[in-house]
Ligand binder design. Structure first.
Ligand code: PLP
Length: 405
């Protein structure tokens, strides 16, 4: 990214930050204190009945959060591991995937698939909107030979803040009688936005620990439908650590190696917190918090200021907002000011969006004052860096939160 001459970045004397860091990344996210405390558990044998009780409760709880009654395979890996595990368990060399283009994460999942010898065809899209459903229907109707083995969708594209209506893909497949598996990446939507695996007819769901589930990074999973299990029996890509068949021989029906036990003490608590609040209320809170962020950015956007990256209001994500800087102004300069001056951590632009957008994560263990703190730091940093904008973003968010409480 070349530095624009328009950029006037403010330099600060680095001081030791005081107070709590406001963490507004779209993953990892804030971890509730009770979850942190719950994870501090001495080692136990992972076949000890007392641990198995905790483990089974987590699997049941996670299935409720996913909206599935089918299979769940867990891995000691971040989300990338679950992407890989899902494909190697379901595909054979040369199989073709139909990937809906959404942004950086659909590109990364495609790159991973190609490295495994899969073909990837893409439904192209404007990153600011995502795939048009008519385009998807056209692609599926054209595939009379049923070359597509699976359709892959990133439910919530974390790099752009665009949510794709994954609930509409099953109908598109059924309309043309296409037998492809439907795979969804729900890493940054699960437990923050409505998601119902079985009801929406999804065959493989990829999820991770460090976003809506409010856990540390390092645990991920795939939920698999019966149709996916049938495909698994025929799939010939090499696999060992991620092999579902091998996992099914274990008591935990997951983990070929050691079970990362502390995750499950933590997860039992995070699921308890989610269900105590109620999933519907969790989704409503995320929507309320996200809407305040959107109103703030909308206010800043006056005077040729920053804009919400997602141009389709119906597809704006409730877990992350990507904010497009005015031409010639560096998003990373804002992030640096926000961090060095106010100790607020934001997400940066990924891939080709580097320097052009910054991202406010508003998912997980979060409330209005935490969001207002992040918004206040951004608004002050826009001013300090002389980025064109209209003031009043924080006011717009406060007005919304006061009404929508
Ligand atoms: C975070 C994320 C990933 C990658 O997960 P890692 O845990 O970083 O490996 C994949 N897809 C989406 C949509 C994500 O938000």
């Amino acid at each position: 990214m070349t530095r624009s001459p328009l950029l006037k970045e403010v330099a600060f004397v680095q001081q030791k930050p005081r107070g709590r860091q406001f963490f507004a990344n779209p993953g990892p996210t804030n971890i509730p204190d009770s979850v942190l405390l719950a994870s501090a558990h001495a080692s136990v044998d992972f076949n000890d009945p007392a641990f198995l009780e905790v483990y089974d409760a987590c699997v049941d709880g996670l299935k409720r959060v996913l909206g599935t009654q089918h299979h769940l395979f867990l891995y000691a890996a971040s989300g990338h591991g679950a992407w890989e595990a899902t494909l190697v368990n379901l595909c054979s060399p040369g199989d073709c995937l139909l990937m809906l283009e959404t942004g950086y994460f659909s590109e990364s999942w495609s790159a991973l698939a190609r490295k495994h010898g899969l073909e990837v065809e893409t439904v192209a899209a404007d990153w600011r909107r995502g795939v048009e459903l008519v385009e998807l229907r056209r692609k599926l109707a054209e595939d009379k030979a049923h070359r597509f083995h699976a359709v892959c969708v990133v439910h919530n594209e974390t790099s752009t803040g665009v949510r794709f209506p994954v609930e509409k893909v099953r109908a598109a497949l059924d309309e043309v009688g296409h037998p492809a598996l439907l795979l969804a990446d729900t890493i940054s939507s699960l437990a923050s936005m409505d998601f119902r695996m079985d009801e929406w007819g999804i065959d493989g769901v990829v999820g991770g620990s460090q976003k809506g589930l409010m856990l540390p990074a390092g645990l991920s999973f795939t939920a698999a439908s019966e149709k996916a299990m049938e495909a698994h029996r025929r799939a010939r890509l090499p696999r060992f650590y991620f092999d579902w068949s091998q996992m099914l021989t274990r008591r935990q029906k997951s983990f070929v190696g050691t079970v990362p036990i502390s995750f499950f003490y933590a997860m039992r608590e995070s699921i308890r917190l989610l269900e105590e609040e109620g999933l519907a209320q969790v989704f409503a809170r995320h929507h309320r918090l996200a809407e305040g962020v959107r109103r703030a950015v909308h206010a800043w956007g006056g005077n040729a200021g920053p804009q919400i990256f997602c141009t389709d209001p119906a597809r704006r994500s409730d877990s992350v907002t990507a904010i497009l800087m005015p031409e010639g102004f560096d998003a990373d300069a804002i992030r640096r000011t926000v961090l060095s001056r106010f100790n607020v951590s934001l997400g940066g632009g990924l891939g080709s969006l580097g320097g052009k957008v910054f991202r406010i994560g508003h998912l997980g263990d979060l409330n209005e004052p935490m969001v207002l703190g992040a918004l206040g730091a951004v608004e002050m940093s826009l001013r300090l860096n002389r980025v064109p904008h209209s003031a009043g973003g924080v006011d717009a968010a406060m007005n919304w939160y006061a009404e929508a409480a």
